[in-house]
Design a protein around this ligand. Sequence first.
Ligand code: SF4
Length: 297
Amino acid sequence: MSEMKIQIDYGLIEEVAKDLYIRALQELPPDILKALQSACERESNPTARTILQTILRSIALSKEKKMLICQDTGLPIYLLSIGEKFILDGYRMKQALSEGARRATQSYPFRGSSLHPLTRENPQTSVGYGLPVIHWDFIPNGDYMEILMVPKGSGSENMSGIEMFTPADGVEALKKYVLDKVVRSGGNPCPPGIIGIGIGGSFDSVGYLAKRAVCRPLGTRNDDPQFAALEEELEEAINSSGLGPMGLGGDTTTLGVHIEWSYTHMSQNPIALNYQCWAARRARARIGIDGRVENGF
Ligand code: SF4
């Protein structure tokens, strides 16, 4: 009975959705911070080192003064992992996430970055028709739900892309696509960040795979040794390009290459690249069926 009561506490979910958006904008996950610090220590190019030091100072100031890491508050994206025992009403869940994102924007207050694509009218709510973006996933036996909030800034999102290769193009075409895209993007996506790559699936699902790839903490590798080896190879190749922080030269063009994959059609080989800037913001909360909330990244 108490289980049912918690499951329908959409007020709690709304509150969590609101806090997650604000926390994601203020505090970078520890794995990103550590990777930027290590890159700064390793960097041999003086200009690149100065850029990385400036980024690190900006991150520290945002945390200390509870300010935003970057002025681009991004599009609100929520990725849900719902346990089998966490039974919920999908429609009310959507409403709670949307309301949480709206309240975060107006109560902080911060710039609403979402608007109508034709009229460009901005209601300053961060939400609207089709937003927030919500991805649903389900996990066996879980008695909790995890919400991962990712505010996605435009500078790096605009440098993302999808290409529908065929099997005849081979793996070499995928590698070339990634390297070309990163080099052509230059400093626009505010490197160094995470290069998220989706391989396989369909036109619509490959983009989601790439998005999930940028959400994976730095320092992790794909479970499949073939994809893990490809991640390492691409990471090395991108960093040896010399593009560097903000595209102004240096040893660190990316902090990590992550790949997520799925089976695909026998006559397709789609790839998507989701570029993530250094401000790789994400905030996570786990809500138990007992109503307990645990925060993380
Ligand atoms: S690309 Fe990232 S760091 Fe650059 S302005 Fe956008 S959100 Fe900020």
